[in-house]
Design a protein around this ligand. Structure first.
Ligand SMILES: Nc1ncnc2c1ncn2[C@@H]1O[C@H](COP(=O)(O)OP(=O)(O)OP(=O)(O)O)[C@@H](O)[C@H]1O
Ligand SMILES: [Mg+2]
Length: 470
């Protein structure tokens, strides 16, 4: 037909061939276009699909859900993870299972077919391709779950089931979010709630802080009727390894809040992303800014320091600007309160300051007792007393003492016998500097006071900059 048409046009044999090829190509392209269109149309009418992106919280729900599915234990192409779900079973038969991290199996990237509530379901898991120079940790993942039908009910059910499983799992855990390179919060880990009793600081300080935070969380109306921004800030300052971060985690556990951690030295963080991040925190959470002194040394540093791109004013605006989330608890930690600008820790931004110091003898005693809860209490209390008098007051950090005691998990007597030699081999500790900031409440976590375990003998007097306001 084409050649007859070409003949009529009076074109040569060569051109006729070209015309034939062009027509066939056109027909094929058209058929392809229509078949793609038809397949997409058919898919839309017969298949429902739910999509999950690794940048979203729901991605963790679905991974957790998948790790619980029987298919994940059967799949021949599977990926192994140690962090997705605490409910997965550890490998058996190794003899030291309890010391190994739990292992979780998930369908590997690719295509998978399995059943959910007697329905055929297929899953595709894809990883974005790394481009040259890109950090592998920044790669995103996507999961699509599909099934036949026109109603999305079954997939919604799946999502709600996954969410419920995940939320229930989290009830006994503290979830930690950190900022990713896109300036969005990303769930980084969840850990079992740390009991407050495991933090060795005077019990009146713990009680005061927890009561203060609980009171804040239940006083939204009080703040709104007075037009006061509904926020509360705590500054935990003092020597390294004295329990500042640990305290924030156990406070989060006690209050049932999640923690959103900002690292100001993160180079990809700008004023804008910081402000967006703070704005995107949920209304009930703890926003934790660690080592806040490292990023801002002086107020004059209105420009970012050479290590990061967040400016001092950017930080101030983020934590109390109009966009800052209401109802959140801000916790900042620092080893050098004297390096902080007054504006950063003025009342309204920081409402309570807590001083953490090196281990006092009563703290050393309590830490010792907590290390051997399974042993006879009178015996351990006596050993703890012996141990604590050998520990120089406020010279070593709690982290140091914890590290030492960990070497003698089963041998408290050995710990007492060895502590002097160990102390001699240690560099002597440093003292904490404290700067008085008149208008802000100051608690001293090193003050001699009621400890959770009874004090035996006379507690050693402890340096205390000013009496705690309680
Ligand atoms: N007061 C304390 N009670 C119980 N454990 C403590 C205490 N202080 C420190 N530790 C232990 O020491 C380790 C380090 O504590 P943590 O990270 O909380 O210290 P930090 O004050 O935040 O230190 P840094 O200033 O270096 O960040 C933790 O494992 C924690 O269990
Ligand atoms: Mg810390």
């Amino acid at each position: 037909m084409i050649s007859t048409f070409a003949e009529k046009l009076g074109v040569g044999e060569f051109a006729t061939g070209g015309l034939q090829l062009a027509v066939i190509g056109g027909l094929l392209a058209g058929a392809r276009y229509f078949s793609d269109y038809f397949i997409a149309f058919l898919k839309k009418k017969t298949v429902v699909t739910a999509e999950f992106d690794s940048r979203d919280e729901s991605y963790s729900w679905i991974l957790n859900w998948l790790s619980e599915q029987p298919y994940s234990r059967r799949a021949t192409q599977f990926s192994v993870s140690t962090t997705i779900s605490r409910q997965g079973k550890p490998l058996t038969g190794e003899g030291i299972d309890s010391l190994l991290p739990a292992v979780y199996f998930l369908p590997a990237p690719g295509f998978h077919l399995f059943t959910y509530r007697n329905r055929l379901v297929w899953l595709s898991r894809e990883r974005s391709q790394a481009v040259a120079g890109q950090n592998v940790n920044s790669l995103t993942e996507r999961i699509q779950i599909s099934t036949f039908g026109r109603s999305r009910h079954i997939l919604q059910q799946l999502v709600f089931e996954a969410q419920k499983q995940f939320v229930e799992r989290d009830q006994s855990r503290t979830v930690v979010f950190s900022a990713d390179q896109y300036g969005a919060w990303r769930r980084t880990r969840s850990r079992p709630k740390r009991p407050l009793s495991s933090i060795v600081i005077p019990s009146h300080v713990k009680t005061h802080l927890i009561d203060d935070a609980k009171d804040f969380l239940s006083s939204e109306k009080w703040y709104s009727t007075r037009g006061i921004p509904y926020r509360r800030g705590y500054l935990l300052f003092g020597t390294p390894g004295s329990g500042k971060t640990s305290f924030v985690y156990s406070m989060a556990g006690e209050l049932g809040l999640n923690i959103y951690v900002v690292n100001l030295s993160n180079k990809s963080l700008t004023d804008d992303t910081l402000s967006e991040l703070v704005c995107e925190t949920p209304s009930r959470c703890i926003l934790l800014i660690e080592d806040v002194d490292a990023a801002f040394v002086q107020r004059t540093s209105m420009e970012g320091t050479k290590n990061n791109s967040v400016t001092f004013s950017g930080l101030l605006n983020s934590i109390d600007g109009v966009a800052a989330q209401e109802g959140r608890i801000l916790c900042m930690t620092t080893n050098h309160i004297d390096r902080l600008d007054d504006a950063l820790i003025r009342p309204g931004r920081i409402d309570v300051r807590v001083h953490f110091g090196n281990a006092t003898q009563p703290q050393a005693r309590e830490l010792f007792v907590k290390f051997y809860p399974h042993m006879h209490s009178k015996y351990i209390t006596a050993l703890a007393q012996e141990f604590s008098v050998k520990v120089p007051n406020e010279k070593l950090s709690m982290a140091h003492l914890q590290g030492f005691l960990m070497k003698y998990k089963q041998y408290p007597e050995e710990a007492v016998n060895q502590v002097e030699d160990w102390i001699n081999s240690q560099n002597k500790g440093s003292s904490t500097s404290t700067t008085e900031k008149e208008d802000i409440e100051l608690l001293d976590a090193t003050a001699p006071h009621a400890y959770d375990t009874p004090c035996i003998g006379t507690p050693t007097p402890i340096r205390s900059p000013s009496p705690p306001v309680l």
